[in-house]
Design a protein around this ligand. Structure first.
Ligand code: IPM
Ligand code: MN
Length: 350
């Protein structure tokens, strides 16, 4: 029997609740589809930071390297640890260390869910560059706190980094409806974004079966609201992709439905799976967090681990569940009720 070695980082707040929910469903799928899980839970979180002075141990990255995949709940507890400290101590270094350069986020309406838009017929796959660009972390501050203080943060776009994410986008478009929208702001940012546009044009002839559109980020934000059904695969830089995928989450009914995968496409390190939402301190420990995004992210993890059948079965069980109105509206059901409904739907399929 195949065994998948998983590192679980529940993290903070509702990250703990939804990781538990996702793992219950994944375990149910493992029983049904005949694979085994070898899970290790790592307590890395803001609480861990308060106890040890770091979000993860010095050898944290080396520890994670041994796993087939990483599942992360959510990170952040701004009341005690500034977000810039907690995120730069855990989530962001993991994305960079394992070359998880492709952040994949699907946006579509699940059955039974009424999004804020009149039109529900959209199915968008956002591909966000995940290791460089505006998140490169190159910069500094001088004369801190003084009148002449300066803060500089430089976006870094490398040929290798841009080429690989664009190729990834083209390949995803080939596997879907054959349309790629590349999002930049090359009318204002004349170095990095013009370079990105040029790279897109250079690569396009290698993918003759893909039609390419170029859009500026501002127009794209409008399009995702006005005509989301016209979009297929969307590829964008790190920050632009971050912003667009919260918009994507909004049109699919909210952050409780937005799943994501941080993929290391060359397999040189583990990939990491996490819901798009954060730790939501205001509803932590109340048992009311929506686990759908987390469970869907778990399905993406199984897909990545070559358990395609189990992944499809979980997605279908999620659809059955929301179609039954369970977890389809904010506050209608508890985390446990939604999780159990997904497991029940999974078992009914068998
Ligand atoms: C996300 C989050 C993170 C990001 C934050 C928490 C650093 O918003 O995964 O979308 O900006 O990448
Ligand atoms: Mn975000």
């Amino acid at each position: 029997m195949k065994t998948h070695k998983l590192a679980l980082i529940p993290g903070d707040g509702i990250g703990v609740d939804v990781t538990d929910a996702a793992m219950q469903v994944i375990r149910a799928a493992a029983r049904r589809f005949g694979f085994q899980l070898d899970c290790r839970t790592l307590p890395w979180s803001c609480q861990y930071y308060l106890e040890t002075g770091a979000m993860m141990p010095d050898d944290g990255i080396e520890t994670l390297r041994d796993f087939d995949a990483i599942y992360l709940g959510a990170v952040g507890w701004p009341e005690t640890v500034p977000d810039a400290v907690s995120l730069h101590g855990l989530l962001l270094p993991i994305r960079k260390a394992f070359n998880q350069y492709a952040n994949i986020r699907p946006h579509r309406l699940l059955p039974g869910i009424e999004g804020p838009l009149r039109s529900g017929g959209f199915d968008i796959l956002c591909i966000r560059e995940n290791t460089e660009g505006e998140y490169s972390g190159a910069g500094g501050r001088v004369h801190q706190g003084k009148d002449d203080e300066v803060a500089v943060e430089t976006s870094i776009f490398t040929r290798a980094g841009v080429e690989r994410i664009l190729r990834f986008g083209f390949e995803q478009a080939q596997a879907r409806r054959g349309h790629l929208t590349s999002v930049t702001k090359s009318n204002a940012q004349k170095y990095s974004m013009v370079f990105w546009d040029e790279m897109t044009r250079q690569l396009a002839p290698e993918y003759p079966d893909v039609t390419v559109s170029h859009m500026h980020i501002d127009a794209m934000a409008a399009k995702m609201v006005m005509a989301p059904e016209s979009l297929d695969v969307v590829v964008a830089s790190n920050l632009f992709g971050d912003i667009l995928t919260d918009l994507g989450a909004a049109i699919q009914g909210g952050l409780g439905y937005a799943a994501s995968a941080n993929i290391c496409p060359d397999g040189s390190g583990p990939s990491m799976f996490e819901p798009v939402h954060g730790s939501a301190p205001d509803i932590a420990r109340q048992g009311i967090a929506n686990p759908v995004a987390a469970i869907w992210s778990g399905a993406m993890m199984l897909e990545h681990l070559d358990e395609g059948q189990a992944a499809a079965a979980i997605l279908s069980a999620i659809e059955t569940t929301t179609g039954r109105g369970i977890g389809a509206r904010a506050g209608s059901h508890s985390t446990a009720e939604i999780t159990q409904a997904v497991i029940t739907a999974l078992e009914e399929q068998a």
